[in-house]
Design a protein around this ligand. Structure first.
Ligand SMILES: *Cc1c(COP(=O)(O)O)cnc(C)c1O
Length: 398
């Protein structure tokens, strides 16, 4: 018995009847409150108050206000989180600032198979800073690889494919002992499992708004800078809305105090209205309870796959406590099998080269959904229904 009953918030979301949606870790469904918030913002604020809304409806304060709503989900204190840009851009901003602050050190340490954008952004940073080295080390060897050359440890807390979880407390402590800073990508953690940035003494973090936070397609991302670093680190993307006094319109850049300096341009208010409504669905929930419900559902799912789908190989940790809130299986024709499954109203996704991935989101999923998903999958594998020609046509987004 957990404190959160799986599916208890289902009626707060638009979810088509008969659909089992196991892809909320890639695009969360539409919260009913988001639809209302967007029409309110367009009709009442943009439509009636126009530019006065920046002050009257505090549009200008939205990035910090929404950041403070994310804070309890990640163990941040008020004033340490701001919403801006995408995860990719935020990785760049924070990594560039971190290496500038760690003079004499030239290595950014990460793991092979990290989410590609994190690695790609560092490649781009290296073009501006050819002295930097991106060192990729297998996770078992990570702590030992922290030497006096490492400026920054850049890791994704929950792996996007396997759902393996890094020990944030231990690795942050090891990084600090070696004199390095840490930057955690929380894209598959926030809204999925408890995160305690303060308790782990983490330095920097980024995370995604459109996955478990249900903020809508392309929702703005967030970033976190521990208060103790806020005076020393400066964003390389020194846009006007991160300025101490943007409406002075002075020629030279002076960073705002606190977390606001990590803003760059004008906040996307339509998107922020949806994200804020998505976050309001977490109000009053304990992430320990939500994660316990997720483990219950995902264990039920995995045990049923073990019993009925011998063709699949689990690539996530078998222990529910050692994974985030999704599970993945290897199957040689994973793409085709996933297309056949989607065709039968069970939506997961495919991750190259051969993984079938299922997001387990207890806000709106139930035990019945788990059973139906596995039973449909077993039927597809057993009957070979996935072999139909049409299931092999690759689309742009998988
Ligand atoms: C989804 C995801 C991102 C997304 O980056 P955007 O730039 O916001 O599209 C980044 N990192 C990880 C680990 C992700 O899972």
């Amino acid at each position: 018995m957990t404190g959160f009953a799986p599916g208890a918030r289902r009626d707060r979301f638009f979810l088509p009847e008969g659909l089992v949606y196991l892809d909320g870790n890639s695009l969360g469904p539409l919260p009913r409150g988001a639809k209302t918030a967007i029409s309110h913002l367009t009709e009442k604020e943009w439509g009636e108050t126009l530019i006065g809304s920046w002050n009257e409806h505090d549009w200008i304060g939205a990035p910090e206000r929404i950041g403070d709503k994310i804070a309890p989900l990640i163990g941040a204190r008020p004033g340490e989180t701001v919403v801006s840009d995408s995860v990719s851009v935020n990785v760049f901003k924070l990594a560039a600032a971190a290496v500038l602050a760690r003079t004499g050190r030239r290595v950014i340490l990460s793991e092979p198979g990290n989410f590609p954008t994190d690695l790609y952004m560092i490649e781009g940073l290296k073009r501006l800073r050819p002295d930097l080295e991106l060192r990729l080390v297998e996770r078992g060897a990570m702590a030992d690889a922290l030497d006096e050359d490492v400026a920054l440890l850049l890791l994704t807390h929950v792996h996007y494919k396997t759902a393996e979880v890094f020990d944030m407390a231990a690795l942050t402590a090891a990084a600090h002992a070696a004199g390095a800073l840490t930057l955690w990508d929380l894209s598959h953690s926030v809204g999925a499992i408890p995160v305690d940035l303060s308790g782990c003494e983490a330095d920097l973090a980024v995370g995604c708004g459109y996955k478990y936070l249900n903020g809508g397609p392309g929702a703005p991302a967030f970033l976190y800078v521990a208060e103790r670093h806020q005076g020393a680190l400066v964003s390389p993307l020194s846009g006007w809305l991160g300025h101490a006094a943007p409406f002075d319109f002075s020629d030279d850049y002076r960073p705002a105090a606190g977390i606001s300096r990590w803003r760059a341009g004008t906040p996307p208010m339509l998107a922020l209205a949806a994200l804020e409504a998505g976050l309001d669905e977490f109000a009053g929930l304990s992430m320990d309870d939500v994660a316990a419900a997720s483990r219950e559902l995902s264990d039920r799912f995995v045990q049923r796959v073990y019993r009925t789908c011998p063709q699949l190989e689990l690539i996530s940790p078998p222990d529910p406590a050692a994974r985030g809130s999704h599970v993945s299986f290897r199957f040689p024709q994973a793409y085709e099998a996933m297309q056949a499954l989607i065709d039968r109203q069970v939506v997961g996704d495919f991750r190259a080269p051969d993984a079938m991935r299922f997001g387990i989101t207890p806000l709106y999923l139930t035990e019945t959904d788990m059973d139906r998903a596995v039973d449909t999958l077993a039927d597809i594998l057993e009957s070979g229904a996935w072999q139909q020609e049409r299931y092999s046509v690759r689309q742009a987004v998988t």
